[in-house]
Design a protein around this ligand. Structure first.
Ligand code: NAD
Length: 304
């Protein structure tokens, strides 16, 4: 069933990749008008199929809209898009609500909150969890940090894209929650990879082992959504030769954010460090653009 929001809005959306293309389609289904921009023209064309109105520049996307959403790879991209010459702060009216749903470092998020506020804007950090399957289904979990009134305004717009909207607290708290969540996810994924290979070598049928684990204490979102063995889970990249649903490069970024946060808080995270080394190796060996579940190739080099 389509989820319709109370007030229809015009939204400027920057970043129409794996996630943004699917999230915008649900905003359109929810009755909103979405003006979409991406540096990659093919991404804009693909999003237009979902009902996004294509525009040719960032300025066109953010001028005269009620809200701007960004769904970009890393902190450096988000800082450039908001703060750069010709960026969002330069072109949007200060009444425009600004929502960043990318996963980025806490220092960048803090800079964005502070600079936006100094320029008279409301800004919230609103990263998401649920992968491209959750983005397509409109069931993402949003973790939203910022001033309560801005968070409430963002929540109204977020509704058609989400299964859960969790108010995490003040500025940057959404990113803090997301960084911890993704660190746990990627450790779970590494566990799935090790379990899948060992089960195979012990002669277990892969489907039978998955059936056991999914109703036993090894169950996890990674197991049910990204299981790195072909033919078991419909949404897994393993079914498509590990073509990316979430790239190894972005996963490496996320676990790196956790390790940076660990360093700044004096926390030792040995499991995260191990997974980071495996993802870094995928990137260094030229496989950063493939799916992060290819981490299984560390356990069985014949895969991928
Ligand atoms: P992606 O690389 O598929 O999409 C990012 C898009 O941003 C690309 O189309 C790129 O061309 C565009 N872009 C980059 N710089 C730009 C600029 N200056 N102006 C306009 N467009 C620009 O990435 P994704 O998988 O959609 O992820 C986006 C964010 O969401 C990342 O921070 C990621 O960590 C996070 N995330 C991803 C997933 C997932 O499963 N893919 C899940 C949750 C969160």
């Amino acid at each position: 069933m389509e989820k319709r929001s109370a007030a229809m809005a015009t939204i400027g959306w920057i970043g129409l990749g794996h996630m943004g293309s699917r999230m915008t389609a649900n905003l359109v289904k929810g009755g909103h008008t979405v003006l979409g921009f991406d540096l990659n023209p093919a991404a804009i064309e693909a999003a237009a199929v979902g009902g996004v109105k294509p525009v040719a520049s960032l300025a066109e996307a953010v001028r005269d809209v009620d809200a701007v959403f960004t769904m970009l790879p890393k902190g450096e991209h988000v800082r450039a898009v908001y703060l750069g010459e010709g960026g969002v702060l330069a072109h949007a009216a200060p009444t425009t609500l600004l929502v960043d749903s990318s996963t980025i470092d806490i220092d960048s998020a803090r800079t964005l909150h502070e600079t936006a506020s100094e320029s008279g804007f409301r800004f919230v950090d609103a990263p998401v969890s649920g992968g491209i399957s959750g983005a397509a289904a409109g069931t993402l979990t949003f973790m939203v940090g910022g001033e309560p009134a801005a968070v409430d305004a963002a929540a109204t717009l977020i509704e058609p894209m989400s299964g859960n909207i969790i108010r995490t607290g003040g500025a940057t708290s959404g990113q803090a929650a997301k960084i911890c969540n993704n660190m746990m996810l990627l450790i779970n994924l590494a566990g799935c990879a090790e379990g899948a290979v060992l089960a195979d070598r012990l002669g277990l049928d892969p489907q039978v082992f998955w059936n056991v684990a999914s109703v036993s204490s090894a169950d996890s979102w990674a197991l049910r959504t990204w299981y790195p063995v072909p033919g078991i889970v419909e949404t897994a990249a393993a079914n498509n030769g590990f073509a990316a649903t979430f790239t190894a490069e972005l996963a490496n970024k996320d676990i790196g954010l956790a390790l940076a946060a660990a360093e700044s808080t004096g926390t030792v995270l040995p499991a995260a460090q191990l997974v980071r080394d495996q993802l870094q190796h995928l990137v260094d060996s030229g496989r950063g653009d493939r799916d992060c579940s290819l981490i299984i190739s560390h356990i069985d080099p014949a895969i991928g």
